[in-house]
Ligand binder design. Structure first.
Ligand SMILES: [Zn+2]
Length: 293
């Protein structure tokens, strides 16, 4: 588990509880689909970055009790049961939330399933919990669902935050749900990530034709179309990270020397920068030199 993510998760939980108390009653986008909700989040909580979307990826929470409360809040809002859960990252702060959806059909990328399974074996999770958290259905490239008159594309755009991230694109809404492919206004988490592939994945996202890009973490602007600029800023961060490491490699620096040297002052005020700077250097160094395949 990633300690910082856990922290971020519990902060989000606190906000989420407040949002629940307020009733989660004011989705910014309405649920036009009869069988499949679009996106629900409480505008009041946007400043805290507590975004939620029903059925899609961001439901997992560290505290399963909260997961249940959140599920209830979502179901009260959309006035129908959650029927499909798409999981993106196998990390505990998300996948433990699956416990609240033991009865729901769960979909995840095949690498997600493999990595989640290995994580739970390592942590000696009970068989019952494993069953509740693992997906019922996996895929390699894409799955398309047709629900409530909408096409829901569950896509794999390559390795990024992990090697098994899913994104969900709803062409009719021109919304793409990016889970942890996109940390808005935060430094990236890359403990299990692949920076070079991540850049390609973001290019594939840009090519989809979406106009709203929902981040897994961070705030949504009042005009959600501004998420495109946010996403571009995030992509630029990845470019800056890569280029700085590449420069050190070109100068003949070792991995440790690169860690000692590289700073990105333009990002140092961002959440997670201190915790992730070294990891970002190491992951990129290893990938650029071929040590990380
Ligand atoms: Zn994660």
């Amino acid at each position: 588990m990633l300690a910082e993510e856990r922290l971020a998760g519990s902060r989000a939980n606190t906000r989420g509880k407040n949002a629940n108390r307020r009733g989660l009653s004011r989705p910014v986008w309405s649920q036009e689909a009869e069988d499949f909700p679009r996106l629900n989040f409480q505008r009041d909580s946007v400043q805290g970055g507590d975004l939620r979307f029903a059925c899609l990826g961001r439901l997992g929470r560290l505290i399963s009790g909260f997961g249940r409360a959140e599920r209830k809040a979502i179901e009260d809002t959309i006035r129908q049961p959650v029927r499909v859960l798409v999981s993106s990252t196998f990390h505990n702060n998300y996948s433990k939330g699956n416990l609240a959806y033991a009865d729901v059909w769960k979909i995840g990328h095949e690498n997600y399933r493999t990595d989640l399974f290995e994580l739970m074996q390592r942590e000696k999770v009970s068989a019952e919990e494993q069953k509740a958290r693992l997906p019922n259905q996996t895929f390699r490239d894409r799955i398309t669902l047709y629900l409530g008159g909408k096409e829901i594309q569950i896509l794999y755009v390559g390795r990024a935050h992990t090697r098994g991230d899913s994104i969900v694109y709803v062409p009719q809404d021109r919304i793409v749900y990016l889970s942890e492919l996109f940390f808005a206004n935060q430094f990236l988490f890359i403990n299990d990530g692949y920076g070079l592939d991540w850049l390609k994945a973001l290019d594939a996202v840009e090519a989809l034709g979406a106009e709203i890009f929902v981040p897994g973490h961070g705030p949504i602007p009042a005009d959600p179309r501004e998420t495109r600029q946010e996403l571009r800023r995030f992509r630029q961060m990845l470019v800056d990270v890569r280029d700085a490491v590449q420069k050190e490699i070109a100068r003949g620096a070792t991995e440790d020397q690169a860690v000692a040297t590289i700073r990105w002052p333009q990002y140092e005020k961002m959440q997670s920068y201190d915790a992730q700077r070294e990891t970002a250097v190491r992951r990129l160094y290893q990938q650029l030199t071929g040590a990380l395949k």
